[in-house]
Design a protein around this ligand. Structure first.
Ligand code: TYD
Length: 206
């Protein structure tokens, strides 16, 4: 069994997940932990190649089923080749998006079914689940304004992003595993401090 600790950041677009995963990584590193900060889709050479396909706005004819399987394929490579080995050597892994993103975007947004999509990723990863999930919550209107790029997922309709948002709220509310919902509209420093407190507590009780 691994003795590492796996933290996932989840939420809609523009909630500051990547900023705060990096800030948390810096904090935990300063405490002397072995920390791996990574992201999905991506995190390995192969998964980053799959990411390029998934986020390419010129890819306009990808069936929803292919999209779901490509996210799961990228995740399988990432889980087996990077996350599991890091956890096995005892590292803290911080991942910007993980299975809940597939559940919300492909399960909810694309209408493929939250549980079905989750099962695909659980199979793909050998049921590697986060020890702790941080949901970064921003109102739907704000996340639209905070979207920076124009990748293939960001340019989906408002209706799609509304469904993703509603599904994340539902997923966070029903998650039986350790998690926290953070109000990401607070100042960056307040958000970072709240995350540090929550993870300090989670790590000390493991
Ligand atoms: P990214 O630039 O990493 O988004 P963000 O900065 O908002 O975190 O792009 C990832 C996009 O892919 C984002 O729109 C969410 C989407 N996505 C899925 O649809 N399913 C998934 O399983 C994952 C991991 C991401």
């Amino acid at each position: 069994m691994s003795n590492g600790f796996f933290i996932a950041f989840e939420g809609g677009e523009g909630a500051g997940k990547s900023t705060h995963s990096k800030r948390l990584a810096e904090y935990l590193t300063s405490l002397g932990h072995d920390v791996v900060v990574t992201r999905e889709p991506g995190g390995t050479g192969t998964a980053e190649k799959i990411r390029n396909v998934l986020l390419d706005p010129e890819v306009t004819d990808l069936p929803n089923q292919a999209e779901a399987l490509l996210f799961a394929a990228a995740r399988a490579d990432h889980a087996w080749n990077k996350i599991r080995p890091a956890l096995e050597r005892g590292a803290i892994v911080i991942c910007d998006r993980y299975i809940d993103s597939s559940a919300a975007y492909q399960g909810g947004g694309r209408g493929l079914g939250v549980n079905f999509v989750r099962q695909i990723s659980e199979w793909a990863t050998g049921t590697l689940l986060p020890d702790f999930t941080i949901y970064m919550e921003v109102p739907l209107e704000d996340s639209g304004n905070r979207m920076e790029g124009e990748d293939r997922m960001e340019i989906q309709s408002r209706d799609f992003h509304r469904k993703v948002h509603e599904t994340f709220v539902e997923i966070a509310a029903t998650n039986p595993r350790p998690h926290a919902v953070i109000d990401a509209t607070q100042s960056k420093d307040d958000v970072a401090a709240e995350i540090r407190r929550i993870i300090d507590t989670a790590l000390s009780s493991r």
